[in-house]
Design a protein around this ligand. Structure first.
Ligand code: DP6
Length: 414
C-alpha cells in the first residue's frame, strides 16, 4: 500500500473575557480592537478534524458533523485552505532549491484534500463552533503539510477563517493583538499564560433554551461598526486599558479583578449591540436573570467570586475558582431545574465529582441561603437552562494518532 498523507487533530473552544467585536477589514478578518480569551478543556468541548491529501482525489471535499458541505460556497474555507497550501508550496520550493532529492519532496500542495470534522458537543447546544472548527482545520493542515511556521504565524491562517479561531490555536490564556497594518501580518494570537498557570480557574456554561435565530456575529459586528457611537469610544479608550489590566490580573491570579473586567466587558459588548442601529440583543430573560444571580452570589460571598460573560447568544459562561463551584452549581440548578425529559447525567454530568467529596473546602451556602439568593433570579419553568457544562482551562490543539482518524481507507468519512 502506498504511503498515506493524513493528519488528525482536536482543537478547543475559547471564551473571550475581552470581546472581539468589529472588523477594520472584512476580507482579511482584521479586528478593530485586541481581545483576550480563556481556552476551555478539550475533554468537554472540542472539534476533531482529519485531513488527507491524495493525488487520487478529484477535488477538495469537506464533511462537517456527517454532512458534506460545499467548500466553493465558503470564501473563508477557501481562504484558509489556500493560505496553508501556499505555505506548503513555498516549503516544497525551498526544499528543492536547497537540493533535496525530488522524490523526497511530496507535492502535497498540488493534491486535493478530504476534510472530515466533528464536534464532541451537540450542535443543538447552540455553542459557537467556528473557533474550534477553524483552529482544528489549520492545525491539521500545519501537521499534514509539515509547516515550519510558529503557532502565532499559523494563528493568522486560522484568523482568515474566523476571527476568534486564531485564539483557539493556543491553550491557557490568549491575546489576539489587533495589529495596525493593512496586510494583517501583525494581527495574530499570542499566549499570555499557559493552562498550568491558574489551574483553579473553572467555567460553567449554562445553555439557555432559545428558539430564535440570533443575528450572526459576522453580520452583527459590521452593523455595530457602521452605526454605534458608543462602539468608537470602546475601541479608542476602553479596550486598550482593559487589555493591560486583564493581563496583569491573570499574571497575578487576581480573580476579583479578572472577574470584574470580564463582567464589565461582556456588559459593554452587549451595550454596544443595543447602541447598534437597528439594535441587536443577544441576551434573553434567562441570561439577564443569571446576571442578577451572579451579582447576588458575589454579594453573599462578600467578594467577587463569580463572573458571567455572554457572546452572540443567550448562553452564559460563568468563570469561578474551583472552591466556589459547588455552591454555584447548587444555586444554578436550584433556580433553573432540568425538565423531566432530561436525564440528570445529560443536564449536569458532574465531571469534577463536586458533590461526591466529603471534605468541603471554603465557604458554603446553607439551603435557606440558596433559596433566598434564588429570589433574585425570578421564576423560570424547568428546562429553561437545558444543560450545564462544567469545564476548566485547557490546552491548545492536540495531534492524535492515526487510529483516531475520521476517514476510512478510501478517504471517505467512517
Ligand atoms: C462575540 O469570530 O464568530 O464571540 O470573525 O466574523 O467569524 P467572525 O466572528 P467570530 O466573532 C466572535 C465574537 C464574540 C466575541 C469573541 O469571541 O471575542
Amino acid at each position: 500500500m502506498s504511503a498515506k498523507y493524513e493528519a488528525t487533530v482536536t482543537a478547543p473552544v475559547n471564551i473571550a473575557v475581552i470581546k472581539y467585536w468589529g472588523k477594520r477589514d472584512s476580507a482579511l478578518i482584521l479586528p478593530t480592537n485586541s481581545s483576550l480569551s480563556v481556552t476551555l478543556s478539550q475533554d468537554h468541548l472540542s472539534t476533531r478534524t482529519t485531513i488527507r491529501a491524495s493525488p487520487d482525489f478529484g477535488k477538495d471535499r469537506l464533511w462537517l458533523n456527517g454532512v458534506e458541505e460545499d467548500i466553493a460556497a465558503s470564501k473563508r474555507l477557501i481562504n484558509s485552505i489556500t493560505t496553508a497550501r501556499n505555505l506548503r508550496a513555498a516549503l516544497e520550493q525551498k526544499l528543492l532549491s536547497e537540493g533535496a532529492p525530488a522524490e523526497t519532496v511530496v507535492p502535497l500542495s498540488k493534491w486535493s484534500l478530504h476534510v472530515c470534522s466533528e464536534n464532541n458537543f451537540p450542535t443543538a447546544a447552540g455553542l459557537a463552533s467556528s473557533a474550534s472548527g477553524y483552529a482544528a482545520l489549520v492545525k491539521a493542515l500545519g501537521v499534514l503539510f509539515d509547516l515550519p511556521q510558529s503557532t502565532s504565524d499559523l494563528s493568522r491562517v486560522a484568523r482568515v477563517g474566523s476571527g476568534s479561531a486564531c485564539r483557539s490555536m493556543f491553550g491557557g490564556f490568549v491575546a489576539w493583538q489587533a495589529g495596525v497594518s493593512d496586510d494583517g501580518h501583525d494581527s495574530f494570537a499570542v499566549q499570555v499564560a499557559d493552562r498550568q498557570h491558574w489551574p483553579e480557574l473553572q467555567a460553567l456554561i449554562l445553555v439557555a433554551s432559545d428558539k430564535k435565530k440570533a443575528i450572526s456575529s459576522t453580520a452583527g459586528m459590521q452593523t455595530t461598526v457602521e452605526t454605534s457611537e458608543l462602539f468608537a469610544e470602546r475601541v479608542r479608550s476602553v479596550v486598550p486599558k482593559r487589555m493591560e489590566a486583564m493581563q496583569r490580573a491573570i499574571a497575578e491570579r487576581d480573580f476579583g479583578t479578572f472577574a470584574e473586567i470580564t463582567m464589565r466587558d461582556s456588559n459593554q459588548f452587549h451595550a454596544v449591540c443595543l447602541d447598534t442601529y437597528p439594535p441587536i440583543s443577544y441576551m434573553n430573560d434567562i441570561s439577564r436573570s443569571i446576571v442578577s444571580l451572579v451579582h447576588a452570589f458575589n454579594a453573599a460571598r462578600g467578594r467577587v467570586a463569580a463572573a458571567y460573560t455572554y457572546d452572540a447568544g443567550p448562553n452564559a459562561v460563568i468563570y469561578a475558582l474551583k472552591d466556589d463551584m459547588r455552591d454555584l452549581v447548587e444555586l444554578v440548578t436550584y433556580c433553573f431545574p432540568r425538565d423531566d425529559s432530561t436525564l440528570l447525567e445529560a443536564f449536569y454530568p458532574n465531571s469534577f465529582a463536586i458533590f461526591d467529596s466529603a471534605d468541603q473546602v471554603g465557604q458554603r451556602l446553607t439551603r435557606p441561603e440558596v433559596a433566598q439568593l434564588a429570589e433574585t433570579a425570578g421564576k423560570f419553568p424547568p428546562g429553561s437552562v437545558r444543560r450545564i457544562i462544567h469545564t476548566e482551562v485547557g490546552d491548545g490543539p492536540r495531534v492524535l494518532p492515526d487510529s483516531e482518524s475520521l476517514l476510512n481507507d478510501a478517504g471517505m468519512p467512517k
